[in-house]
Structures are given as C-alpha cells and as structure tokens.
Design a binder for this molecule. Structure first.
Ligand SMILES: *[C@@H]1O[C@H](CO)[C@@H](O)[C@H](O)[C@H]1NC(C)=O
Ligand SMILES: *[C@@H]1O[C@H](CO)[C@@H](O)[C@H](O)[C@H]1NC(C)=O
Ligand SMILES: *[C@@H]1O[C@H](CO)[C@@H](O)[C@H](O)[C@H]1NC(C)=O
Ligand SMILES: *[C@@H]1O[C@H](CO)[C@@H](O)[C@H](O)[C@H]1NC(C)=O
Ligand SMILES: *[C@@H]1O[C@H](CO)[C@@H](O)[C@H](O)[C@H]1NC(C)=O
Length: 102
C-alpha cells in the first residue's frame, strides 16, 4: 500500500497497534487517538521517517514511552492520556529537529 494518511481516531478500536504498520513507509499522518487501544506501541514505528503527525492520545497504551528516534519528519506528537510507564523524557524529544509539539 502507498498509504499517506491513516485516520482511525474516535472509533471503538481495541487490542494492540499492529507492528505491520512499520511497513507502510509512505505514511505521513497517523491518528489512532480516542480509541480503546492497549499494549505497547510497536517499535517498528520508529522506522517511519515521513510521519509528521502522530496522534495516540486517549487510549490505554502502556509499556515504555515509544522510541521514535528514526521519525525524522515528526513535528507533532500527542501521546497524552495513556498509561505509559515513563519516568523520564525520552532522548528523541530533543534530537528530532522538526518537533514542535510534544
Ligand atoms: C465499544 O465496545 C464495547 C465493548 O466491545 C461495547 O460494549 C460498546 O457498546 C462499544 N461502543 C460503541 C459506541 O460502539
Ligand atoms: C516489528 O518488530 C518486531 C520486533 O520489534 C518484529 O517481531 C516484527 O516482525 C516486526 N514487524 C514488521 C512488520 O516489521
Ligand atoms: C528499520 O528498517 C531497517 C531497514 O529497513 C531494518 O533493518 C530495521 O530492523 C527496522 N527496524 C525496526 C524496528 O523495524
Ligand atoms: C482519557 O481517555 C479515555 C479513553 O481511554 C477517555 O474515556 C477519557 O475521557 C480521557 N480522559 C481525558 C481527561 O481526556
Ligand atoms: C514500569 O516501571 C517500573 C519501575 O521502573 C518497573 O518495575 C516495571 O516493570 C515497569 N512495567 C512495565 C510494564 O514496563
């Protein structure tokens, strides 16, 4: 698939975010916010270097705050209102140069 926008917000989706998402290298916008998603965010997402906007807020995602180091185009990321097991600000927050909202 040559998918650019993946907009699945405000549904009733439950379960995990599939790790096959990491294969959609053309993605620019990912919205999974306002669902019932649980489990960790798959690490494969960090390979999506064209994603500018990532919305994961208002779910039940847990585990560590995901490592988004390879998301070099990221400018907007909202992971609020989940249950991440974070105790410190991840290092990518200061190295991703296009990031304007975290
Ligand atoms: C969302 O899913 C839950 C559990 O599967 C179900 O009880 C509820 O009715 C669903 N809500 C909507 C708005 O579809
Ligand atoms: C995603 O990464 C996990 C390990 O982090 C691996 O098991 C899985 O095969 C990967 N999936 C894809 C679609 O690359
Ligand atoms: C990211 O992509 C590279 C090369 O395409 C691959 O070697 C690596 O395993 C991928 N990482 C993840 C976490 O999927
Ligand atoms: C947090 O997300 C849950 C859904 O997981 C939602 O029901 C709740 O209203 C949200 N809380 C806030 C403060 O947005
Ligand atoms: C969350 O962090 C605590 C303290 O670092 C650790 O003991 C626990 O195993 C972590 N839980 C998960 C699900 O990563």
């Amino acid at each position: 698939m040559i998918l650019i926008h993946l907009l699945l917000y405000k549904n009733n989706l439950s379960g995990n975010i599939p790790d096959t998402l990491g294969q959609l290298q053309t993605l620019q916008v990912i919205r999974f916010d306002r669902n019932l998603l649980s489990g960790p965010v798959p690490s494969n997402l960090s390979n999506l270097s064209s994603v500018g906007e990532l919305y994961l807020s208002n779910n039940n995602l847990n585990g560590s705050i995901p490592d988004l180091t390879g998301m070099n185009s990221l400018n907007y990321v909202d992971m609020s209102n989940n249950t991440f097991n974070g105790s410190k600000i991840p290092s990518w927050a200061s190295t991703l140069e296009s990031l304007t909202t975290f």
